[in-house]
Design a protein around this ligand. Sequence first.
Ligand code: ADP
Ligand code: MG
Length: 337
Amino acid sequence: MKKTFIVFIALAICALSSCNPGKESIYKESRITMDTLVTITVSSSSDTVAKAAVDKAFREIDKLGKLLNFFAGDSEVTLINKSAGSMPVTVSKETLDVIERALHVADKTEGAFDISIGPVSSLWDFHTKTMPEEDALKEKLKLVSYKNVVIDRKNSTVFLKKKGMMIDLGGIAKGYAADRAAEVLKNSGIKSGIVAAAGDIRTFGTRPDGSAWNIGIKNPRQTGDDDEILAVIRLSDQAISTSGDYERYFIKNGIRYHHILDPKTGRPAYGCRSVSVITKEGVFTDAFSTGVFVLGPRRGMEILKKMGFDGIIVDSDGNILMTEGIKGKIEVKGNKP
Ligand code: ADP
Ligand code: MG
């Protein structure tokens, strides 16, 4: 009798506090941060723990957004850019980490990924359909070379060698932020989840039933419905980033001008429609997806193989190329681009 009563009390408390011991459920929240829609999905047995962890992860992304913003007057990136050609700038560990990784990717992509694209990327405006004047483009291109970005780990400084140089971390910051947010979630007791900063997605752990997370890759040429999926890929403990010519672009005289620029010409790269890269860390999937896009399908695929990364490329004719490793994890949908 007594025992039954205790069980009853326990159940009643449980019902009142809506607890569900041991049973994991999904908690999901989206916010606009880093100028983009970020969605965090976590699996947890406690709604309270999930909410607190997700809030902390969003605050981490906000913090990184403030440090790395190319357009804000007071970000560390702006400070570095303003001091180009005059002096090194002391920066946070986070800013140094991103720049260090960006230079590594530049090296591995033969300069196709180059954060010193700033003077050129700022000549383009895809909202107002503004393209650079020929002379201005030629002048600003002279300032683009990642080899003139100097980091000093010991003193935690960054120095741009030439006056007028600017670094633009738009091709790597979101992937890095997704990694950092995933770390914050893990440190807050969350065992599995997804951080999706637009096309830069970091997963960790598995879904509540133990299966991998399903991530959709957009069709770069939507045939009707918005958000039409080209393929679904199963991932756990991996990141995926997609760079596409459909994200920010305008069409003038039948030509598509988009935001992934070839550092050699200062103009959009035309070998691909979209590139998705998969590896452990979002900071690398983000930067390599941009770099491989610039390199084009043939050379891009070679670099992916060399790095041991998985990837899927839709080339400029709509052909789909895949690395061997991705084939068992991907389901390509009906409507091909
Ligand atoms: P998205 O911003 O749509 O996720 P990407 O990750 O491919 O796309 O990044 C594109 C952004 O990166 C551009 O808006 C610009 O800020 C910057 N960028 C453009 N071309 C390059 C390049 N060749 N190397 C490094 N960064 C680039
Ligand atoms: Mg990128």
